[in-house]
Design a protein around this ligand. Structure first.
Ligand code: ATR
Length: 286
């Protein structure tokens, strides 16, 4: 590996960080466009987050991604936070422009970009069911609400969390119709055009649980969408496929949130297919 003295350094801060695919994805993009840049994983503990953010300036890094558990906590250490990221309440991308650190959130827009490119689904005027009201749901919900769906139903195991999310986001989107329900009480399942799972149910390493919703009852032309990419074929997607439904797999969001970060750092359109190939190679190597 050649490391020139003037190489630009980027990375990702998280804990744990060993399993991140982002270095493979970003370095593949830099290689594809012959950019003099390198992207490294950094294991940053909570108590070191402030110093880690200061080091972006001290080391003259071009920027970083931020992942679990730092997406919310990092905001107070930045010089500026983009308006959408502020409302979402989480930052996943930091750009260093001449010593000024600005935080962005590319998760929700990355999700939409992936959904649009892979399924051609248009959110406007659609009836959407979102499973989950945790950290992963926030950026997605925000990006969906920006596109004026006819209705969004948030279904969560712990209903208070869905209530809180609704209360918070209704302030930003007063015209939006947001319903909330428990995951065991979802009504009119056959009316949804898009069903998104933002919960960790179905992720490898989690306990086998029964499906939160049964795809056999979905509308025939519904899109069933995951943000989990390990496994790529989640129990929900397998069942949805058996029922002939349209599928949106989880890897796309990861690729496209990275592609938007790449654009913020480099000003260039990301080589998305090179990034996707690198992610698939890394996933297969595990
Ligand atoms: P993340 O940042 O990945 O969203 P999180 O904030 O802990 O993580 O949220 C996890 C989400 O998955 C929550 O909506 C959680 O429901 P609760 O709020 O009731 O905990 C949901 N979740 C996790 N495991 C679940 C399961 N087996 N069935 C239903 N929902 C589940």
């Amino acid at each position: 590996m050649k490391i020139p003295g003037d190489i630009k350094i980027l990375g990702i801060f998280g804990d744990p960080i060993e399993h991140t695919l982002s270095p493979s994805i970003q370095n593949a993009a830099f290689n594809a466009l012959s950019l003099n840049m390198v992207y490294l994983p950094f294991n940053v503990k909570n108590e070191n987050l402030k110093e880690a953010v200061a080091s972006i300036k001290a080391l003259n890094m071009l920027g970083v991604n931020v992942t679990i558990p730092h997406k919310e906590a990092v905001m107070e250490f930045l010089d500026k936070v983009d308006e959408d990221a502020e409302k979402i309440g989480a930052v996943n991308t930091i750009v260093n422009r001449g010593g000024v650190l600005t935080g962005y959130n590319t998760d929700g827009e990355g999700y939409i970009e992936s959904l649009t490119q892979e399924t051609a689904f248009e959110v406007s005027n659609k009836n959407i069911l979102m499973l989950g009201a945790g950290g992963a749901a926030r950026g997605i919900l925000y990006a969906l609400l920006k596109r004026n769906p006819s209705k969004i139903t948030i279904a969560n195991r712990t209903i208070e969390r869905a209530e809180n999310l609704k209360a918070e986001f209704s302030k930003f989107f007063p015209e939006a119709t947001i319903n909330i329900t428990g995951t065991n009480k979802i009504e009119s399942i056959e009316t949804f055009d898009l069903i998104i799972n933002t919960t960790s149910s179905g992720m490898s390493g989690t306990e086998e649980t029964k499906l939160i919703v049964e795809p056999k009852n979905f509308k025939k032309d519904a899109v069933v969408s995951e943000i989990i990419y390990k496994p790529m074929e989640t129990p929900l997607l397998i069942e949805a496929e058996k029922n002939g439904l349209r599928l949106h797999k989880g890897l796309g969001m990861l690729i496209h949130q990275g592609a938007l970060g790449f654009k913020l750092w480099t000003g260039k359109d990301a080589p998305v297919e090179a990034m996707r190939s690198a992610a698939l190679v890394s996933l297969e190597a595990r």
